[in-house]
Design a protein around this ligand. Structure first.
Ligand code: CMC
Length: 429
């Protein structure tokens, strides 16, 4: 059998090195022995944007980007979307196995009974300007929870981590609901423990003067499936932020604030909002070819298309496209759907997109659903952050308990000025 090693010949010195290969990777630190002199720091690998660097070992989610496969803890996303619930999937992601009935009951009870916020958080949200973006409010408010739960600092205490996990999964929808109500000038709607996780979230978004809010079961189910689809996605930008910030051993509220901030950007979880703005800007089906032409000429991107890992149809987008139909039966068809379908049709037949393997991603159709339910566009990234919290927390805990992990601290290749002497201001040109 061939040796599981890599032989490297350094042509600068003629020296030969044998480096172990484990799980299809070499350990970048093994390169450090490759030096041209005693003073040489040793060879590094240069990988901007981590295009080919594994930063951890993980057992949580698995993606085969070429085949369009996503699994959580080994379970195909399609099966979870059809048969599971968000809370059950969150448990699976966090604890590694599907819960028994007793475990699920206990987990649901604890999440349900940690959903109320300290009243001072309400005052904190009150302080935001009337047109504050709900994602900005969410990022700040979840960071502020760190000041309310000082026990969260004990990150190596399993009981403390368990408690913060309940709190984070439970309170993110409440923070999101309050942020939304503030942005539309409506009184806050408090959690209702009789409702499901997504039913309660709808209650906190949409309750008016009725005594008891009754979620529409189709919308409640659609949200639940959308939450399952967004729960984890291996080492994406926000999860890497969660792990990177968490590696300094800060409490999980601060780390989630960092992760949510990373998610906010239009290339990541902000893409669902950007897709809707793009569809509205295109305005009609007949303008699609003109828009595609502009994208190909380098004027902007087709938002909701392309992915660092998927070089095939994003399996989440396939499922979302299906549930959109059930939602539109209740809400009426979103007129922007025709533009989206035409964009997809033309892009999938176009050489530019085919060559670059650009397919619709999770954000392409989700915004159409959110809009037809009656949510403002700036709420869309928030709807990504709520379910992704289970993934962030699971990845954070996995990082903390991994003996190979240390504080995240990449190297750099310095290209700046060589040493030079300070010049007094009067002598500067
Ligand atoms: N529209 C047009 N061209 C694109 C697009 C797009 N959406 N995405 C990538 N390309 C082109 C890109 O210009 C490049 O072309 P060239 O080789 O000629 O320079 C090529 O395809 C490869 O793209 P890249 O930017 O090197 O790929 P990446 O892996 O760095 O970026 C991405 C991945 C998701 C940031 C990018 O595809 C993108 O900006 N998409 C639009 C934003 C979006 O939908 N983001 C949501 C991602 S899925 C959910 C999530 O993770 O949050």
């Amino acid at each position: 059998m061939a040796a599981e090693t890599l032989t490297i010949i350094d042509n600068r010195t003629g020296k030969k090195y044998e480096i172990p290969v484990r799980d299809g990777a070499i350990n970048a630190s093994d390169l450090r022995q490759i030096r041209v002199s005693e003073e040489d720091f040793g060879l590094m690998s240069y990988d901007p944007a981590f295009m080919n660097t594994a930063s951890c070992q993980s057992k949580i989610s698995y993606i085969d980007g070429d085949r369009g496969i996503l699994r959580y803890r080994g379970y195909p996303i399609e099966q979870l979307a059809e048969k599971s619930s968000y809370l059950e999937t969150a448990y699976l992601i966090l604890y590694g196995e599907l819960p028994t009935k007793a475990q699920l009951d206990d987990w649901s009870y604890n999440v349900t009974h940690h959903s109320i916020l300290h009243e001072n958080i309400k005052k904190f949200i009150d302080g935001f300007h009337h047109d504050a973006h709900p994602m900005g409010m969410l990022v700040s408010a979840v960071g502020a929870l760190s000041t309310f739960y000082t026990d969260a600092k004990h990150i190596f205490d399993a009981e403390s981590r368990k408690k913060q996990t309940y709190r984070l999964i439970a309170k993110m929808p409440t923070l999101a609901g309050f942020a939304y109500r503030h942005s539309i000038g409506m009184p806050y709607s408090y959690p209702d423990n009789d409702l499901s996780y997504t039913g309660n979230f709808l209650n906190m978004l949409f309750k008016m003067t009725e005594i008891k809010y009754k979620p529409n079961p189709v919308i409640e189910k659609a949200f639940d499936v959308l939450f399952i689809l967004h729960a984890d996605h291996e080492q994406n930008c926000s999860t890497s932020a969660m792990r990177g910030v968490g590696s300094s051993h800060v409490d999980p509220y601060c780390a989630v604030a960092a992760a949510a901030a990373a998610l906010y950007g239009p290339l990541h979880g902000g893409a669902n909002e950007a897709v809707l703005r793009m569809l509205m800007e295109i305005g009609s089906k007949s303008k699609v070819p003109e828009f595609i032409k502009a994208v190909k000429e380098g004027h902007g991107k087709l938002m909701g298309f392309g992915h660092r890992v998927y070089k095939n149809y994003d399996p989440r987008a396939k499922i979302i496209k299906q549930i959109a139909d059930s939602v539109f039966e209740v809400t009426g068809r979103n007129p922007l759907l025709d533009i989206a379908l035409e964009l997809e049709r033309i892009a999938l037949e176009d050489d530019y997109f085919i060559k670059r393997k650009l397919y619709p991603n999770v954000d392409f159709y989700s915004g159409l659903i959110y809009q037809s339910i009656g949510l403002a566009m700036d709420m869309f990234p928030v709807l990504f952050a709520i379910p992704r919290t289970s993934g962030w927390v699971a990845q954070w805990e996995e990082m903390l308990l991994d003996s190979e992990q240390k504080i995240a601290r990449p190297r750099q290749i310095y290209k700046g000025a060589a040493k030079r002497d300070y010049v007094p201001i009067t002598a500067r040109k």
